[in-house]
Design a protein around this ligand. Sequence first.
Ligand code: TXA
Ligand code: MG
Length: 327
Amino acid sequence: MPTNIPNLVTATRAAAILHGGGVVAVPTETVYGLAADACNPDAVKRVFAIKQRPALDPLIVHITGVEALDGVAADAPPAARQLAATYWPGPLTLVLPKQPCIPDLVTSSLPTVAVRAPAHPVMRTILAQTRCPLAAPSANRFSEVSPTTANHVYASLGSAPDGIVDGGTCPIGLESTIVGFWDECIWLLRPGAISISDIQHTTGCRVYPYSKQHAEDIRAPGTMPRHYAPKTPLFLGQIPSNAPQDRVAHMYFGPQPTPDKPAYAGINLSAQGDLAEAARNLYDTLRSLDTCQADCIVVDPIPATGIGAAINDRLRRAAQFETEKHT
Ligand code: TXA
Ligand code: MG
């Protein structure tokens, strides 16, 4: 339960605030978002300011469902429509040519817009009552770990948003899968709960992981190597010998043997080895281990199947900087 969040509001109040040009943190099935009316540039400007997000990193636009797609995006290819029909409402974002009603500020002047229909019932109520598309990045400060509870949002943003809606713990816990459509191919820009094989199975098309060709590549502006990062150095599998390691915090996955001596700190993402449970617990665990004064956090290997690919993607980004420093 939220502890002492002074700017907590109901879904109905949130819709009224958003309708009036305000900014509200809202629950989705993936992570909490920081929402504003996507067609109101002043409101969207405040989202960038509160997050301290660079203007060149565009926002996802949230809609009620497939019926609202053509209002924000143009020329959706058949594969995009097929994916929307199959996975919406749900954790899948489609990057498509934008309609002129979406301000350049939302898309960082790209000709495309990222769009998804979220499944969380509270967010769906807010979207239905607001009756406009909502631009919403994750409700954390830029480069921090994404929030999966109302308490996480308040810890990151405090009273800067006009309201925070508590929808409980996000059931998926990782940001949506993002796909783009160009050069007659489907490109995976960010892995999430909908996997490459899900998309291939639905469309019958091969999906290619998109890797930035060069720094100025504008097709995937958000693929910063270090993102989703705790402040404590994080290592995957093994701690390099030259890293401080008196107090090691462990992030376990799966059944563990009884240790010879108690660890300094340890949290199991899923004692049963369930990847969906591990995804749901990942960001809360990162936040907890990051506040226990450990020298470093070391993470058990996680299978790369299904949502495991997305967990590994976030962990690799969180570990990137430290790995470079110590190798
Ligand atoms: O699950 C989610 O997607 C959550 C919830 C709140 O919906 N949102 C989220 O937003 O993760 P954010 O802003 O943290 O991540 C959005 C990503 C960024 O990497 C951004 O660069 C990318 O989407 N993006 C947005 N518009 C784009 C576009 N037109 N082309 C390519 N990438 C785009
Ligand atoms: Mg984010």
